[in-house]
Design a protein around this ligand. Structure first.
Ligand code: SF4
Ligand code: SF4
Length: 393
């Protein structure tokens, strides 16, 4: 397979490193579907067949049907790569196969529709640019002075918190926290473009790259040195993908809101004023914990809340269960999302937590749906919303 962008791995070399140990059976998709074709090592086998053993174009079609089906049944949770004893860069391989599927015109219509929406409108909802800050109206907040202001800190809101009514409390909470500390900050407003995460995940590399360049230009124009976000997908894009594609030009510090709050508490710039008595647990989003290694800050800031009773989920930190919502699986197989999610909801029920805290809009939505379906009396909120309560805003 030819190398067409900066970070691609030599796929043929990589797939041949597999020693068939089977440890990657931790894969949430394989655990549900149980067919070897969905096992990460089984996907590698199909890749070998596709690139090495199937020379005739018409046979390639048969192999690719099963391969592309398996690759889009993946949530990109990274559990396979983190456990792989042969250090195979599985996620990069999965991304490349998704690109191959795009090149061959094999995306399903829902995926193609999302891709076109993001490409044409720079957001995942296909909504007008000038509605990007409408979350502020819903929250009765005036943000005009913050938009495109020169400041060293930028809050990158992200498509979901910007446009989704379900997430409007997240953006409002981050702004309440920042205002409380009197730290100067800016938002990009209608010049904030999607971080590119959905198109990178889908395999649309060139569009994602143009978004990365645009966002970098905007940050530079405003003198931004640090970016804070409450979205695990944006955080991963800024931490992992942007440095790959922008190289040294991407020299900004990137913080998840939990890291910034931990820092502000430490510096006494932020103080908790309220007691929260409910039992709380934290669900590690895959993109924070396995992709970016973010473990301590969310726990640290939850445990400092007066009166808090904190309980870990049975599977946590690097072993956290996937919620099922990642990797654009919702567009490919919503039933499989629900199936994967069921295991996590059972763990939440077992923990007897009254509040489940999270740091990713995709997880938040998926867990909220799972909890509702199971009929649990559990509140599911973002970590910024919890902090907002604890500071009494
Ligand atoms: S990233 Fe997650 S869902 Fe995808 S193959 Fe690996 S373990 Fe399975
Ligand atoms: S863990 Fe790695 S080496 Fe072992 S079967 Fe899976 S992909 Fe192959």
């Amino acid at each position: 397979m030819s190398s067409s962008n900066e970070w691609q791995v030599d796929i043929i070399d990589a797939v041949q490193k597999c020693v068939y140990c089977g440890y990657c059976a931790v894969c949430p998709t394989f655990r549900e579907l149980k067919w070897e074709t969905y096992h990460p090592r089984g996907i590698l086998d199909q890749i070998k067949m596709y690139f090495l053993e199937t020379t005739k174009e018409e046979l390639k079609g048969d192999v690719s049907k099963s391969l592309f089906d398996s690759i889009f049944a993946c949530t990109m949770c990274k559990a396979c790569e983190n456990i792989c004893i042969a250090d195979i860069p599985l996620l990069k391989i999965w991304e490349q196969i998704r690109q191959e599927s795009f090149k061959r015109g094999r995306w399903n219509p829902a995926l193609l529709s999302l891709y076109n929406k993001v490409k044409d409108t720079q957001n995942i909802f296909g909504l007008p640019k000038d509605e990007r800050v409408s979350w502020a109206d819903l929250a009765n907040m005036v943000m005009t002075k913050r938009i495109q202001r020169k400041a060293s800190l930028a809050y990158f809101v992200g498509c979901q918190a910007s446009y989704s009514g379900k997430m409007e409390g997240v953006a409002a909470s981050v702004v309440k926290i920042l205002r409380k500390t009197r730290v100067d900050f800016t938002i990009l407003g209608d010049e904030e473009w999607c971080c590119g995460s959905p198109v990178f995940l889908a395999g649309g590399y060139s569009v994602g790259k143009s978004f990365a360049k645009h966002n970098l230009d905007q940050f530079k124009k405003l003198g931004v040195k640090r970016i804070v976000t409450a979205c695990a997908g944006c955080y991963r894009a800024f931490k992992i993908v942007y440095p790959r594609i922008l190289g040294d030009k991407w020299d900004l510090e990137v913080l998840h809101i939990s890291e910034l709050v931990a820092e502000l508490l430490e510096q006494n710039k932020l103080k908790y004023k309220k007691t929260i008595k409910e039992k709380i647990t934290f669900k590690d989003p895959c993109e924070l914990v396995r992709h970016c290694g973010l473990i301590e800050p969310p726990r640290e800031i939850i445990e400092k809340i007066p009166g808090v009773r904190y309980e870990e989920l049975p599977s946590n930190c690097e072993e956290a269960l996937c919620c099922g919502g990642g990797g654009l699986l919702k567009l490919n197989d919503a039933d499989l999302v629900r199936q994967i999610n069921t295991r996590l909801i059972e763990e939440i029920e077992y923990s007897e937590a009254e509040i489940v805290v999270n740091g990713c809009p995709t997880c938040l939505d998926t867990i909220q749906q799972g909890v509702k379906k199971k009929g649990l009396d559990v509140e599911v909120i973002d970590i910024a919303e919890l902090v907002r309560r604890a500071i009494g805003e």
